[in-house]
Ligand binder design. Structure first.
Ligand SMILES: Nc1nc2c(c(=O)[nH]1)N[C@H]1C(S)=C(S)[C@@H](COP(=O)(O)OP(=O)(O)OC[C@H]3O[C@@H](n4cnc5c(=O)[nH]c(N)nc54)[C@H](O)[C@@H]3O)O[C@H]1N2
Ligand SMILES: Nc1nc2c(c(=O)[nH]1)N[C@H]1C(S)=C(S)[C@@H](COP(=O)(O)OP(=O)(O)OC[C@H]3O[C@@H](n4cnc5c(=O)[nH]c(N)nc54)[C@H](O)[C@@H]3O)O[C@H]1N2
Ligand SMILES: [Mo]
Length: 759
């Protein structure tokens, strides 16, 4: 039976439930975030910091990847961005004295929330083989330890280099360069658990694995479909863009099993009407879909479009697409009863959606984890591409695909070559520029890395940011896998569970965050990032770092590379560390689209990367056209007496970082161990609101996994569906249950039963 990682403290978990809200943001949101900022940073530091967020001369918000508008407000941040910044710019410190007081066993018994609340890590720390406590270590010695372990491996492929999505372009470029010069493509990243399905689907169908819209397109669309995304919590600045679109006449369809407050109504704190008045109603049509029903929904809409005289943009289809006939044949067989079973929707809702689609000239579909973390995520997103292609909604203003990315630079990290399956063209460019032969075999993604660690095939694990053991599936398996490593290394800003579930030896390397000043030999440095819409811009931190022992991420990679590769490498690591312009020079020669990088990124606001489908309706796919695809429709089947569970974020967390215990818009406070169940399902299952249950996931291979001690909350989610927070429920997700093609863990569709326990 699975045990529970102490992400939230079961003993102290006492959720109070007041029911869902129906509007987001407004003055209370600003007040909530300022209270937290004052607690972490004090009043003066708060004011100094917040007015630099997302300004042209300031730093990029470490919150989400939503782009900044060209015309900036004085306060270009949101409630949850403020929380992300307060977490990073906190004045609390985790010092060597802290580690002397708290041994690893002690820390391993603390909740993730508690660990995060202790503050910024100030010194490099080392956990020796068999030691009970981390001890301070010099940077020199830390790099010696890592280099020693790496050099001792039988093959470079026994090392794994993970990246989380806050890492800057400069650091990411150096990190992949180092891994490849060392000799491996084992570069898993958080994308593997996030938008990998989007990249897979878009790459094959439109030829570019990124979204095809800019912020202006959102403002100009006349229909925006938001499917599987909760922007009120996870991309709050997106609500301003949706509001603006509405004010120009756009309509919004929301597709979600949950009624999310942020999509119902938005009170924009930057306008008088939003601050004190009623705000703007956003959603015109709410399709309360069953988990995993989206492919069936879009297939049904596609059939209806095809069958409507004159609805297909035939010129576009003829000139720019491939595979229409085959797709249309498959779509015509879409079965109405099956659609209703898969989606749980009312036929009238589908008709109303069709009417809105046919009445619109410029359609954008936005999505996030609600679509990407399913077994059939890739075909689902391909069906959305089919949907947009049918009416020519890719490659013109106000229309396109809009996967909304998570981490603030997760898209940029991929652009810089953080990918376990690099394109040959990237490797050729690296070889030309740096004169070594990078490995050509594909490396390990997240799930495969865990298997390799579990099976003893990977022995050294290095993480550039993130919290690998808490973010990944099958917590028990993953933790056991990590403990088999010889050495685990984390480049981190804050303490987390991955620092206490370690290999035989472990290192914590403390680094600068986005808001911190970065001064190197040639003077103050800036780094660059790419947002969800392919805009690249500079980010300059100004705060005094948490201690004089911190090194920047680029500096850490450069020193590690020099120490590990030694004479073998002719890469000028020392020059790179001294002056990040030298890194950007190389990026401009290796990564397509970055010509003249330094001067373009020095312009206020930065520049937009080219995107062939968006800019010129050119589709660089295998067929040279945009591809229709005709995958069979799939949806999760749920046996009698079982529910389908999604694992999602509360309003008060950033992935595995728990800010607090207030999921404000869902009206759940003071605890996180809740399972949201439709009241009708709950009655059928004999579960009263407030009952205690274990959540048990059941898999076709006959295995079960258990997360104990959840409070049942009657909540208006779609019938047959349930919801609980991540990462408490990651124990329930089996390592081997992943999306086809993208290999992303299926965190949004777990078949579960709820087992009542004594009150
Ligand atoms: N404040 C804050 N901001 C964040 C993050 C954070 O943790 N906190 N995380 C960042 C990261 S890395 C990411 S990837 C993004 C995540 O942003 P989201 O994807 O918005 O995050 P989730 O909480 O996973 O929410 C999934 C949403 O999809 C819905 N959903 C679930 N399953 C389905 C389905 O089968 N079909 C449909 N149509 N809907 C479904 C859920 O009800 C929920 O509204 O946010 C980023 N921004
Ligand atoms: N069940 C379930 N599992 C999921 C998901 C889900 O919806 N459900 N979502 C998945 C998704 S979308 C994602 S993206 C992953 C997230 O996986 P990760 O990216 O690995 O996790 P985070 O919680 O974002 O990482 C937080 C840690 O990053 C470090 N950090 C913060 N800022 C910096 C910085 O500037 N530099 C460095 N070096 N370190 C920094 C801090 O030490 C902090 O503790 O989780 C995935 N896991
Ligand atoms: Mo993500």
């Amino acid at each position: 039976m699975a045990t529970e990682p102490p992400t939230s403290d079961p003993a102290q978990d006492a959720p109070e439930v007041t029911g869902p809200r129906h509007a987001a943001a407004g003055l209370p949101a600003v007040q909530r975030s300022l209270r937290m900022a004052h607690r972490q940073m004090g009043v003066r530091r708060t004011a100094r910091t917040l007015f630099r967020v997302n300004q042209k001369e300031g730093f990029d918000c470490p919150g989400c990847a939503w782009p900044e508008a060209d015309k900036r407000h004085r306060a270009e941040f949101c409630e949850n961005g403020v929380k992300a910044i307060a977490e990073e710019a906190t004045e609390r410190r985790v010092t060597p004295a802290f580690f002397a007081e708290h041994g690893v066993a002690d820390l391993a018994g603390r909740s993730g929330y508690w660990l995060g609340q202790q503050g910024r890590i100030t010194h490099p720390m080392y956990l020796a083989d068999g030691a009970t406590h981390y001890e301070p270590v010099s940077w020199e010695r830390a790099f010696d330890i890592i280099a020693g372990e790496l050099q001792g491996l039988a093959s470079p492929d026994e090392a794994v280099f993970y990246t989380s999505g806050r890492t800057s372009n400069e650091a990411a470029f150096l990190y992949q360069l180092f891994a490849r010069e060392f000799g491996t493509n084992n570069l898993p990243d958080c994308s593997n658990m996030c938008h990998e399905s989007s990249g897979s689907a878009l790459g094959e169908t439109i030829g570019v694995g990124k979204g095809s819209v800019l912020l202006e397109d959102i403002h100009q669309a006349d229909l925006i479909i938001v499917a599987g995304q909760n922007p009120g919590t996870n991309h709050p600045r997106m609500l301003s863009a949706l509001e603006k679109a509405k004010q120009s006449g756009a309509r919004i369809i929301t597709v979600n099993p949950l009624p999310e407050a942020g999509l119902e109504r938005f009170r924009n704190p930057q306008t008088p009407r939003g601050l004190a008045g009623p705000g703007t109603a956003l959603t015109d049509l709410f399709l309360q879909i069953r988990l995993g029903g989206d492919q069936a929904l879009f297939r049904a809409l596609n059939r209806l479009v095809i069958e409507t005289e004159g609805a297909v943009d035939e010129t576009f289809v003829r000139e720019h697409t491939h595979g229409y006939e085959q797709f249309a044949t498959a779509a015509r067989t879409a079965d109405r009863d099956e659609t209703l079973r898969a989606t749980g929707l009312d036929p009238a809702d589908i008709d109303r959606a069709l009417e809105m689609v046919l009445g619109s000239q410029r359609i954008i579909v936005c999505w996030a984890m609600g679509l990407t973390q399913h077994k059939h995520a890739v075909p689902t997103i391909k069906e959305i591409v089919n949907f947009l292609l049918l009416r020519g909604n890719i490659g013109r203003p106000g229309a396109g695909v809009c996967p909304v990315r998570g981490h603030s630079n997760v898209q940029g990290d991929r652009t810089m070559g953080i990918f376990e399956r690099p394109a040959p063209a990237l490797l050729d460019a690296i070889e030309r520029e740096f004169g070594f032969a990078p490995p050509r075999e594909h490396g390990l993604d997240v799930v495969r890395s865990i298997r390799a660690l579990r099976d003893g095939n990977a022995k050294v694990f290095v993480a550039m940011g993130g919290n690998f053991v808490s973010a990944t599936p099958d917590t028990d398996v993953t933790e056991a896998a990590m403990r088999r490593a010889r050495l685990t290394v984390h480049v981190s800003t804050k303490l987390n569970r991955s620092h206490v579930v370690t290999g035989a030896r472990a290192l914590i390397l403390p680094t600068l965050g986005r808001s911190d000043r970065d001064i190197q030999h040639s003077g103050p440095q800036f780094v660059t990032v790419e947002d969800s819409m392919g805009m690249v811009h500079a980010s300059r931190g100004r705060l005094e770092p948490a201690s004089d022992q911190l090194l920047s991420e680029p500096a850490i990679v450069c020193r590690l590379a020099r120490r590990t590769l030694g004479e073998r490498s002719s890469t000028p690591w020392e020059e790179f560390e001294k002056d990040y312009r030298r890194i950007r020079e190389r990026i401009s020669r290796v990564i397509p689209g970055f010509d003249d990088f330094e001067s373009r990124v020095s312009r206020p606001g930065g520049f937009a990367l080219a995107h062939a489908p968006r800019d010129e309706r050119r589709f660089p796919t295998a067929t040279g056209k945009a591809n229709f695809t005709a995958a069979p429709v799939e949806y999760p089947r749920v046996p009698e007496g079982r529910l389908l569970l999604q694992t999602m974020r509360s309003h008060d967390q950033y992935n595995t970082t728990i800010y607090g215990l207030d999921d404000h818009y869902r009206g759940i406070k003071g605890g996180r161990r809740v399972v949201l169940v439709n009241p009708d399902d709950a009655r059928t299952l004999g579960l009263a609101d407030g009952d205690r249950t274990d959540i048990v996931s059941e898999w076709t291979d006959g295995t079960e996994r258990r997360a104990p001690g959840f409070r049942v909350v009657h909540y208006p989610t779609a019938r047959g569906c349930a919801a609980a927070y991540y990462p408490e429920t990651n124990v329930l997700v089996p390592l081997d249950h992943v999306a086809d093609t993208s290999n992303t863990p299926v965190s949004k569709s777990l078949v579960v039963r709820l087992e009542s326990t004594a009150p």
